[in-house]
Design a protein around this ligand. Structure first.
Ligand code: ZN
Length: 326
C-alpha cells in the first residue's frame, strides 16, 4: 500500500462510533441519540455535527480513555498505509484546560503513540487546538496548556471549531504564546467563510498551514500569494462533500488549487463522521481529477516538507517514502 502522511485529523473526530458506543455503555452514559440504527454517527450539517461530536466526547473522561482512543485511531490509520500523522488534541476535552490534568492526558497519549510506532510503524506528533466557538478566554488557557508541554511530541498549535464565530485576531494572544514556546501554527480557515478569513489566518495569526483553506479559490490574488509563499493547505475533500459544501469531489477546488501551484495535502478530518478513509480520499481524487501515483507521491512529499516535526523524524520518514518510490 502507498505510504501516506496525514496532517489534519482530530483525535476525537476519528473515534470509531463502535468505540464511543462501547465506552458510553461501560460508563452508563446515554448518548444513544447520536447513532443511526446501523451504528454510524447521525447528524445533518455542521451545527448538528458539532453537537454530535461534543456528545461523543462526553464519554472520554479519563487519560485511560484517551490512551485506548489513541490506539484505536492509530491502528485505523496504519491500516490505511499512514506512516506519519499529526493529530489535533484538545486540552478542552482532555482535562477541561487544567494544566496538571492535560499533562497526564498528553503523557497517556504519548506512551500509546510510542507503542504504536513499534507495533504498527506509524509515527504520531500532536497539535493542541483551541476551539473557536468556546471563545478567546478559554483559548488562552488552552494555549498555556500547550505552551508548557511543547516538545518533540507536541509540535503545533491550532484553532478548530465554528469558523463563523468571532474573529481570528481575538486569538492572537494564544497564538503568540504558543509560537513563543516553539509550537508551529495551523489555522482552520476558508471552509465556512471566504478568502478574507484565510488572509487573516496568515497575517493575524502567522499560520504556516491552513486547515481546509480551499475557499481561497474565490480570490485568485490570494491563490497566487499562497502559491508564492508556499503556505500549505490541509485539504479534506471528503469532509467538505459530506458536510454539503460541494456536491462531489469533482466540484471541489483542490484540483484547481493544485493546478495553480498551491501546495495542497490530503487528510480525512473526522473520518468515521464523514464515512471516509484516506484510501477512499485517494480513490475519489483519482476518479475526479485523474491523479495518479506520481501526484500522490508529490502530495506526500509536500506533507513531509510541511510537517511540524523535528529534522531527524523528517529524514526518517523521507527515507521510508523514497524506499517506496525507487
Ligand atoms: Zn478539521
Amino acid at each position: 500500500m502507498t505510504p501516506k502522511l496525514e496532517l489534519h485529523l482530530h483525535l476525537e473526530g476519528a473515534a470509531p462510533p463502535r468505540f464511543i458506543a462501547a465506552l458510553a455503555k461501560e460508563k452508563h452514559i446515554d448518548i444513544g441519540g447520536i447513532f443511526t440504527p446501523e451504528g454510524a454517527y447521525r447528524f445533518e450539517g455542521f451545527a448538528e455535527f458539532v453537537k454530535v461530536y461534543e456528545a461523543a466526547c462526553t464519554t472520554l473522561t479519563r487519560p485511560e480513555d484517551y490512551q485506548r482512543l489513541t490506539r484505536a485511531v492509530l491502528e485505523a490509520q496504519a491500516e490505511q498505509g499512514v506512516i506519519y500523522t499529526e493529530i489535533f488534541l484538545s486540552p478542552d476535552f482532555c482535562g477541561g484546560r487544567d494544566r496538571g490534568a492535560w499533562r497526564e492526558y498528553l503523557q497517556a497519549m504519548r506512551e500509546t503513540a510510542d507503542v504504536l510506532q513499534h507495533e504498527a510503524g506509524i509515527t504520531m506528533k500532536a497539535i493542541a487546538t483551541c476551539i473557536r466557538h468556546f471563545g478567546p478566554d478559554k483559548a488562552r488557557q488552552t494555549a498555556l496548556c500547550a505552551a508548557e508541554t511543547a516538545g518533540d511530541f507536541l509540535v503545533g498549535f491550532g484553532i478548530a471549531g465554528a469558523e463563523t464565530m468571532g474573529k481570528l485576531k481575538d486569538f492572537s494572544w494564544s497564538f503568540d504564546a504558543a509560537k513563543e514556546a516553539g509550537l508551529k501554527p495551523t489555522v482552520h480557515a476558508g471552509e465556512w467563510k471566504g478568502p478574507s478569513e484565510v488572509r487573516e489566518a496568515i497575517h493575524d495569526l502567522g499560520a504556516l498551514r491552513i486547515g481546509h483553506g480551499f475557499r481561497a479559490i474565490e480570490d485568485l490574488a490570494l491563490v497566487d500569494e499562497l502559491a508564492e509563499t508556499g503556505i500549505v493547505l490541509e485539504c479534506c475533500p471528503g469532509s467538505n462533500v459530506a458536510l454539503g459544501i460541494y456536491p462531489s469531489f469533482r466540484k471541489h477546488p483542490i484540483g484547481e488549487l493544485y493546478h495553480r501551484g498551491v501546495k495542497v495535502t490530503v487528510s480525512t478530518d473526522d473520518p468515521p463522521f464523514f464515512h471516509t478513509t484516506l484510501t477512499r480520499e485517494y480513490e475519489m481524487l483519482h476518479e475526479a481529477f485523474d491523479w495518479d501515483d506520481g501526484v500522490f507521491a508529490a502530495l506526500n512529499r509536500t506533507a513531509l516538507d510541511a510537517a511540524f516535526c523535528d529534522k531527524d523524524t523528517k529524514d526518517r520518514i523521507g527515507k521510508l517514502l523514497e524506499a517506496e518510490h525507487v
